[in-house]
Design a protein around this ligand. Structure first.
Ligand code: HC0
Ligand code: SF4
Length: 568
């Protein structure tokens, strides 16, 4: 243990701790911008500077380790002036359009301006002027709002290991951009939106589909159908100050009805449907000597990554569309027929925790006869904005239930939204299909949690099935290289691009609370544990769908409506 004083308070800190961490441990706040927990400090932004006895210059506390007997002042007049000057300089080179900014009231620059009592313009001068990058169907980049903290660059390069964006130029001309400044859509970006989640301002944000959705709701000729992803129900409440991990399914349904949707369905139904199709595909591949290991295909960020970087391995991807796309296809075929509706009059909206789903919905491979399975995708954050405009006081809403038949689901579907969930759900059904027996304990805890790669082997009818779960796209290359070398022992692999899975998707509420991922995941496991039916093949409405319409999993009609192809 090391003893030091911070603001004349005696502090005991572990060796190797930074001044920032030691201060935090005794309730002393030091502001940060470039700092990222668990990543090597860069000390670039200088907002965390402190005064250390015996040192001439101010010291970045995020990058400097504590030493025995050290005396630190985190709030001296010199420190305050330095921090305030940094904030003032950032503000003067910023558009200052807070009132119409999508991050108004959720912006770290605004918070710093408030904290340091910035009340006048002292450094008015030239401002950087960059065009907004709107080349991608999922995201926008607004470099004029960038304050060069570098958190997006580090997230993309060091966590996601994509490298789609980086710093360019120096001094006043410094900028974060794509290679050759060509736009996100032609970079290596997979549109995961992880960079949006760490951006302190609105320099990175989703491409909004709100206008299209409002127009459809106002169009009397349109039959509007909405579906809600598994992970949204465990996170949306955070935007209304509810504790992280509060399940707000019932309130979301009521809110969507009040917005005017004709039907409110559950993507979890599509998730159960995906499991029946995917488990059958796996069993067929294992039985017929098909290409294995087979990868899950529900994460469009992972699919985009595979198409861009490993086109020679695309045969390993399941051909299943993702759950919300399957649900869209069923709404515009089975449900339309049942209700006597013209599929062209149906407008399907998916509420998703994800930015890539916008790109996915626009893909021509995911439409029938040029009619998209899903017409618009709103992120969790965009739905909250619509609720606000519509005068909906979310916390006071009564609970309601999904419409049927495409609103019924099982516990297996609920856990899709967290890393390992799709694998656990698939194994519950694959075990039954292969052995004719039900799993005694459906809680497959080996595939839960947030390790980068999780492994599990299950004995089914005397054969061992080896599975792996890749948590975050940054962990996938090693697994793919094993396959390239012909050394993979796995039969089935789940990949989710966002660390933690969809609960931490790029469309989710933005705040830097490190415990959020665990608490959100726990909410989904609780939903699963409380369900009467916890295996996808127990979904009664799904059985009816096969009896009345599809025939059998992987049958002719399923292939036409629920499976897809990939582009290399
Ligand atoms: Fe997910 Fe999905 S689980 S990708 O994370 O598979 O976005 O929540 O909706 O489609 O179901 C996201 C979440 C989904 C899909 C489902 C899958
Ligand atoms: Fe990188 Fe993902 Fe952001 Fe694209 S969306 S720049 S891949 S972090």
């Amino acid at each position: 243990m090391i003893e030091l004083t911070i603001n004349d308070i005696k502090v005991k800190a572990e060796e190797g701790m930074t001044i920032l961490e030691a201060a935090k441990s005794v309730g002393i706040h030091i502001p940060t911008l470039c700092h990222m927990k668990d990543l090597f400090p860069t000390g670039a932004c200088r907002i965390c500077v402190v005064e250390v006895d015996g040192m001439r210059n101010l010291t970045p506390s995020c990058a400097y380790p504590v030493t025995e007997g050290m005396k630190v002042q985190t709030n001296s007049p010199r420190v305050r002036v330095a921090r305030k000057t940094i904030v003032e300089l950032l503000i003067e080179n910023h558009p200052q359009d807070c009132l119409i900014c999508v991050r108004n009231k959720n912006c770290e620059l605004q918070d710093l301006s408030e904290r340091y009592n910035v009340r006048e313009h002292r450094y008015v001068g030239e401002k950087k002027n960059h065009a907004i990058d709107i080349s991608s169907p999922s995201m926008e980049r607004d470099p004029a709002k960038c304050i060069l903290c570098g958190r997006c660059v580090r997230t993309c390069n060091e966590i996601q290991k994509i490298g789609a964006i980086d710093f360019t130029n120096r001094g006043f001309k410094s900028n974060v951009t794509t290679p050759f400044n060509k736009g996100l859509n032609i970079s290596d970006c997979i549109l995961c939106g992880q960079c949006i989640l760490v951006c302190p301002t609105a320099a990175l944000r989703e491409r909004s589909h709100a206008k299209e959705v409002v127009n459809a709701l106002n169009d009397k000729k349109k039959f509007t159908v909405v579906q809600v992803a598994p992970a949204v129900r465990a996170t949306l409440g955070e935007e209304y100050n509810l504790p992280i991990g509060t399940n707000v399914t019932g309130k979301i349904i009521t809110g969507l009805r009040r917005l005017g949707f004709d039907k409110v369905f559950d993507t979890n139904f599509g998730a159960d449907l995906t499991i029946l199709e995917e488990a059958t595909e796996l069993i067929n591949r294992l039985g017929n000597g098909g290409v294995t290991p087979m990868f899950t295909s529900c994460c469009p960020g992972w699919i985009k990554f595979a198409e861009q970087n490993y086109p020679h391995l695309l045969e390993h991807l399941s051909t299943c569309k993702s759950p919300h796309e399957m649900e869209g296809a069923i709404i515009k075929s089975y449900y339309a027929k049942k209700m006597g509706l013209n599929p062209e009059d149906i407008f399907v909206v998916s509420i998703m925790p994800c930015t890539v789903k916008k790109f996915e919905a626009s893909r021509p491979e995911l439409s029938e006869d040029k009619m998209p399975d899903v017409d618009a995708v709103l992120t969790t954050r965009e739905l909250v904005r619509l609720f606000k405009v519509a005068g909906i006081d979310f916390n006071d809403l009564p609970d309601d239930e999904f419409d049927n038949p495409l609103g019924e689901s099982t516990g297996a579907a609920a856990i899709f939204g967290t890393s390992g969930g799709v694998m656990e759900a698939a194994l519950r059904t694959a075990y039954f299909k292969l052995s004719g027996k039900e799993l005694e304990n459906v809680d497959l805890t080996n595939v839960r949690g947030f390790d980068g790669v999780k492994e599990f082997s299950v004995d089914i009818n005397g054969s061992t099935v080896n599975v792996a779960v890749v948590n975050g796209i940054g962990n996938v290359r090693g697994i793919l290289e094993q396959i390239e070398r012909g050394e993979s022992k796995y039969h089935f692999i789940e990949v989710m691009a966002c660390p933690g899975g969809c609960i931490n998707g790029g469309g989710q509420p933005i705040h830097q609370k490190p415990e959020k991922v665990q608490k959100r995941a726990r909410a989904l496991y609780e939903i699963d544990a409380k369900m009467k039916n916890r295996k996808s093949h127990e979904n009664e409405s799904l059985k009816k769908l096969y009896n009345e319409f599809l025939g059998e999993p992987n049958g002719h009609l399923s292939h036409e409506l629920l499976h897809t192809t990939y582009v290399n």
